[in-house]
Design a protein around this ligand. Structure first.
Ligand code: 6GU
Length: 222
């Protein structure tokens, strides 16, 4: 999979994409991530990418030209262009699975007070990562790249994400490792029993209990 990220702050991505699973996925050739500074595409003699809003109001607005030209240079027949914006559809695990099957994703990070409305016309999808406002789309792009990359075949063992919270309707069951007793707290006996059927049943019941307590909304869906 190829992912292009349009951002005015390309340095923000350096650490996040060079550690852990994303780093490994890149090394394995599962994902090719490109950060593109769309300022390089501006026709403005002073390299400007923003301007004041028509009709007045606070702050600066990203102009359409640099983003239009940058997307034009990157877009292929198989590309999916995604605008990152707090008024987009709220991002979910089901969307992460869908994106993990695409060949090419282009993520556009908005910034400042906003972007010219006409930028929406070149996007196939608009995503938000939750109901709060970020300074720009960069951190949302990191969230999406992380959640999609770990789903690519061969990046992590498939079993690990089949059990993830949100991939079914249930939150994860509790897990334990050594030691058997820590600060007086014991590992549940059933996990030491070696009875795999019993363990599976225990885990399912714990998942169900936790979901009912914490996120009953997940059980209502579909
Ligand atoms: Cl995608 N962008 C910004 N600026 N804020 C957000 C967001 C995106 N998702 C949640 N808040």
């Amino acid at each position: 999979m190829r992912i292009d990220i349009l951002s005015l702050f390309p340095e923000m991505f350096n650490n996040v994409f060079n550690e852990s699973i994303i780093k490994r996925a890149k090394e394995l050739g599962k994902v090719d991530i490109n950060i593109v500074n769309f300022r390089d595409f501006t026709n403005d003699p002073h390299n400007k990418v923003d301007d004041t809003p028509y009709g007045g109001g606070a702050g600066m607005v990203l102009t359409p030209q640099p983003i239009f030209d940058c997307v034009k240079s990157l877009r292929k027949d198989n590309s999916l262009v995604i605008l990152l914006t707090p008024d987009g559809e709220v991002y979910k695990q089901s969307r992460a699975y869908e994106l993990s099957h695409k060949e090419h994703i282009i993520l556009i990070c908005g910034h400042y007070e906003g972007f010219d409305e006409r930028i929406r016309s070149i996007c196939d999808m608009e995503l938000s990562i939750g109901d709060y406002v970020l300074t720009g789309g960069e951190m949302a792009a990191m969230v999406i790249v992380d959640s999609v990359t770990r789903l690519l075949p061969g990046v992590i063992t498939e079993e690990s994400h089949l059990n993830d919270s949100f991939s079914g309707k249930l939150l994860d069951y509790p897990t334990y490792t050594k030691p058997r007793v820590y600060e007086g707290m014991e590992v549940p006996e059933v996990l030491l029993s070696g009875d795999h059927k019993k363990i599976a049943e225990y885990r399912y019941q714990e998942s169900l209990k936790k979901t009912l307590e914490r996120r009953p909304d997940l059980l209502d869906k579909e």
